[in-house]
Design a protein around this ligand. Structure first.
Ligand code: NAD
Length: 487
């Protein structure tokens, strides 16, 4: 049985209590995880606060911070197989995906390493004589980073990378579902040479998250998770008026026009919904397809969905692995049953896979005649696609925008002018045209509405971890006259 420890103030610590972590492929306990207490939360935030103010971090040059982030990126690349293996073991995310993703995680750290000494202030052409006025960009303070189980190494990189580049310090709460990769990441981080307390990694459930986000020394909360949790976090952070960035869920439309390259669009849709076993915030979970190609499109999609190799997450041949938890599997089943009762038609799948582990069949529901089906409005976070057909461009826009979320969207058409009209009309933080799921450290990522606010990735993300200090400097040597003497 593997045991994991917290990482607080540069030390690896056993917690007073532990909890079991289940292997999603078998449903059995494989490791013991540390359960943070309120004292652990305080110790982690205090360590981050001390580190934030200590000269070895506070006075470190930005270029030096960048060098340390480069060392970290190299260490991540060196240790990629171990990190990928642990993420696969603890979350059920398939090894094909964890291996590819962790290599790219190193590139995210490299991007922020390079950005550290390019976070510039500004000089203002002020409207007064004998004054110099400039803006300093200073790190915002202690950052509480909270992530869900899916893609934790990636979702934490887009927080830790820009936060450290900007000179902040971080307390990361790993998800209680599958925290192993983050606790192992702490071991790798420890070798990179950062001063102690710059990053602290703890785990535990909602109570730990609540204690962390309401802590008076936390200046900013960077959160990825569901909208209900986000509401708690905003209330908690109101304690000390900490700022927040919220990367939440989605119900992203995947729109296919009649002139699209059907085979490309089908392939993109298959990975758009079934990659990561559907446990992805940008899942293209609503297929909005032109009525004239719907039958052809669905027939091809069904064929591909039924060919998907479901299997052990650590097998390189596996294309769809288990869901992370039994709870996720039950939620998917419940939502499918409700949607079928509301008139949705089952095209394929719809059931958990028999046997041990939390496997679920790739599922397609046709909701064209059941526009009020819950599957069109609720996020599954599982391998379930809901389909609606449309006749006109305006109808496609209306269906695409008929959601409280606004994270991602996909558009397949060869018509350039239509693509431009659609890009303008779709309410989402990302529009992928004739592609889907592309990400890069250089491109901002985030949504509107129930999908949250703030952006991760790109230069703006690093600026969001800074605050502006306006400096006024008088350049005249003349004495300042007494303001109360009339002249
Ligand atoms: P969740 O909101 O239940 O949990 C996310 C994290 O928040 C966990 O670490 C959890 O312990 C913590 N948490 C729970 N209650 C808390 C509280 N009261 N205060 C502070 N922290 C608390 O989400 P989940 O079900 O684990 O993850 C799935 C959700 O995450 C989906 O909605 C998905 O779309 C979203 N997600 C979004 C993105 C994105 O980048 N936009 C990426 C991945 C996942």
């Amino acid at each position: 049985m593997q045991q994991f420890q917290h990482y607080i103030d540069g030390s690896f610590l056993n917690a007073a209590a532990q909890f079991d972590s289940l292997d999603p492929a078998s449903g059995s306990v494989w490791a013991k995880m540390p359960q943070a207490t309120p004292e652990d939360v305080t110790a982690a935030v205090d360590a981050a606060d001390r580190a934030f103010n200590a000269p070895d971090w506070a006075q470190m040059t930005a270029s030096h911070r960048g060098k340390l982030l480069h060392v970290l990126a190299d260490l991540i690349a060196e240790n990629a197989p171990r990190l990928a293996e642990l993420e696969t073991r603890d979350t059920g995310k398939i090894i094909r995906e964890t291996s590819a993703q962790i290599a790219y995680v190193a590139d995210f750290y490299r991007y922020y390493a390079g950005l550290a000494d390019k976070i510039e202030g500004a000089h203002l052409p002020i409207d007064k004589p004998d004054m110099e006025v400039w803006l300093r960009r200073e790190p915002i303070g202690v950052v509480a980073a909270i992530v869900p189980w899916n893609s934790q190494l990636f979702l934490s990189a887009v927080k830790i990378g820009p936060a450290l580049a900007a000179g902040c310090t971080v307390v990361l709460k790993a998800s209680e579902d599958g925290p192993a990769p983050m606790l192992e990441f702490a071991r790798i981080f420890d070798q990179a040479g950062f001063p102690k307390g710059v990053l602290n990694v703890i785990t535990g459930g909602p109570d730990v998250g609540a204690a962390l986000t309401s802590h008076p020394k936390v200046a900013h909360v960077a959160f990825t998770g569901g909208p209900d949790t986000a509401r708690h976090i905003v209330r908690n952070s109101a304690e000390n008026l900490a700022s927040t960035s919220l990367e939440l869920g989605g119900k992203s439309p995947f729109i296919v026009f009649e002139d699209a390259d059907i085979e490309s669009a089908v392939n993109a849709q298959v990975s758009g919904i079934f990659a990561a076993t559907g446990q992805s915030c940008v899942s293209g979970s609503r297929l909005v397809v032109h009525a004239s190609i719907k039958d052809q499109f669905l027939a091809r999609l069904k064929e591909k969905a039924e060919e998907v190799v479901i299997g052990a997450p650590d097998d390189m041949q596996t294309e769809v692995g288990p869901l992370c938890t039994e709870r996720q599997r039950d939620t998917a089943l419940d939502l499918i049953e409700r949607s079928l009762a509301q008139g949705a038609k089952l095209i394929t799948g719809g059931q958990p896979v028999e046997g041990e582990g939390f496997y679920f069949q790739p599922t397609i529901l046709d909701c064209s005649e059941a526009r009020n089906a819950d599957s069109l409005s609720h996020e599954f976070f599982g391998p379930v696609l809901s389909v609606v057909s449309f006749e006109t461009e305006q109808e496609a826009i209306d269906i695409a925008n008929d959601t409280a979320f606004g994270l991602a969207s996909g558009l397949f058409t060869k018509n350039l002018t239509r693509a431009h009209r659609m890009i303008r009309a779709i309410r989402a933080g990302i529009v992928w045209v004739n592609t889907y799921r592309a990400v890069s450290p250089i491109a901002p990522f985030g949504g509107h509405g129930l999908s949250g606010h703030g952006r991760e990735g790109g230069l703006q993300a690093a600026l969001d971890y800074t605050k502006i200090k306006t400096v006024w400097l008088r350049t005249s040597d003349d004495p300042i006259p007494n303001p109360f003497v009339m002249r």
